[in-house]
Design a protein around this ligand. Structure first.
Ligand code: TXA
Ligand code: MG
Length: 423
């Protein structure tokens, strides 16, 4: 018989994370403390790269006013430098430093939903570096609500103003105050999701570590992300709200507060890599299928290593060798989606079958990510995975998760089975 488990939320401590080097001292199963956040703010200020938790996904941060640091960020992410990056702020007031124009509706959205999972794209102010806009005339701005992100942003901003005050009081050898150079915008952290370009976004500190390892100077651990998928992006640069990416905040709530309908992007919409087809992708192939088609697929592909991401309502009906059961409520599903895709990918399955969630507005952001992950691009070379290990342990009746095979997500157990049950 096939086994399945219901999702749980807390991650077990991961063994590999406990053998920490000095650089990795921040990566334990313990949340980072205030001293670590303060150190991270200084690192950012000195041009370092810091991964930090937000309520949506983990971000990889650099000083948005430091072109060199942002260039390194792009390099680590392996992201083309023509793609813009979101600048994270700590206070709605900063909006006016970074944006040239803030339409009334955009301001209402910022005041109502920040801090929170909303990114506003606005006309950029003079002084916003090309490094964060990808050379476009707009800039993406957001205030995240995760307390650790907010603490980091505030301390980073304060560190910047202290330095400016010190510089302003330093007179040169002729006794004159320093000549004002072009004002450099301070207090913004440029942060894309902390994964390599095109891959699944991280929702736990250990995901960042396994993706980016020593390429970053510090990883703050703020636990599992509450929302689990990226922010909703609304482009207000034309004066009207255009939905560039569905996400953590519902389009209906945004339209309600903006007081106007959200438009969909036209042909000349700004470039947004998250809106490319092959994004958020695991290495295994991923197919999005209706429940009945999954059953049929399983029956026809008995020899293959097939994993399934099922909806709670269909547990008893699916019979993949390896099944994860997801909540039937969209917010809960979103919260666990990326961690489970990583998990299934690491199992060594060749194919991940995902049960198609309902096509309703509440599921739109989840469906968007699943459709992109299910692209038909040629496969990236993959690691051998741990499929055999899972199957052996499961066959011996062992709880795979308790055996520590799992690397930090308490969602599933291996299951043994050889095909589909009939309906
Ligand atoms: O939830 C999130 O938004 C996370 C957390 C870390 O804040 N960040 C995130 O960043 O998802 P990233 O870089 O993975 O995706 C940001 C998206 C990209 O698709 C980018 O093209 C778009 O935002 N974007 C940023 N600035 C833009 C701009 N000026 N115009 C159009 N799109 C922009
Ligand atoms: Mg991303």
């Amino acid at each position: 018989m096939n086994e399945t488990t219901s999702p749980q939320s807390g991650p077990p401590p991961s063994e590999s994370l406990q053998s920490a080097s000095v650089r990795d001292a921040l990566i334990t199963d313990q949340p980072s403390d205030a001293a670590e956040v303060a150190r991270a703010a200084r690192l950012l200020h000195d041009g370092g790269l810091v991964a930090f938790p937000t309520e949506t996904v983990y971000g990889l941060g650099a000083d948005a006013g430091n072109a060199e640091a942002v260039a390194r960020l792009y390099k680590v992410k392996k992201r083309p430098d023509t793609h813009p990056v979101i600048v994270h702020l700590s206070d709605v007031e900063q909006l006016h430093d970074w944006a040239a124009e803030v339409p009334e509706g955009a301001l209402r959205l910022a005041e109502r939903f920040w801090p929170g999972p909303l990114t506003l794209v606005l006309k950029r102010a003079v002084g916003v570096p090309d490094a964060v806009t990808g050379g476009q005339a707009t800039v993406g701005l957001r205030i995240p609500s995760h307390p650790m992100a907010l603490a980091l942003l505030r301390q980073f901003r304060e560190a910047g103003s202290e330095n400016e005050a010190a510089a302003a009081s330093t007179f040169n050898q002729y006794g004159s105050p320093p000549v004002a150079s072009a004002p450099r915008l301070r207090g913004g952290i440029a942060a894309p999701s902390a994964n390599r370009y095109g891959r699944i976004s991280p929702t736990r500190a250990e995901h960042v570590r396994s993706d980016l390892g020593d390429d970053v100077d510090c990883i703050l651990n703020g636990g599992a992300c509450e929302v689990g998928i990226e922010s909703t992006i609304v482009d207000y640069s034309s004066g009207h709200p255009v939905l560039l990416r569905p996400g953590g905040l519902s389009a209906a709530r945004i339209a309600e507060v903006a007081g106007e309908e959200l438009l969909l992007p036209g042909d000349n919409a700004p470039r947004a890599p998250g809106s490319h087809a092959a994004h958020y992708a695991p290495r295994a192939r991923l197919k999005l299928l209706r429940r009945t088609d999954i059953i049929e697929y399983l029956a026809q592909h008995k020899g293959q290593r097939v994993a399934a991401l099922a909806l709670e309502v269909s547990v008893a009906r699916l019979a993949a060798q390896y099944t994860v059961v997801m909540p039937a409520v969209a917010a809960g599903y979103a919260r666990m989606l990326y961690a489970n895709l990583r998990h299934l990918d690491a199992s060594g399955a060749d194919m991940i079958l995902v049960e198609l969630p309902p096509d309703t507005p509440a599921w739109a952001p989840v469906l968007d990510r699943l459709r992109r992950a299910a692209h038909d691009e040629p496969l990236a070379p993959r690691e051998p995975g741990r499929w055999g290990q899972f199957k052996r342990k499961a066959a011996a009746g062992m709880d795979v998760e308790a055996e520590g095979v799992d690397s930090g997500n308490a969602v599933m157990q291996a299951a043994e089975g050889d095909g589909a049950e009939s309906l």
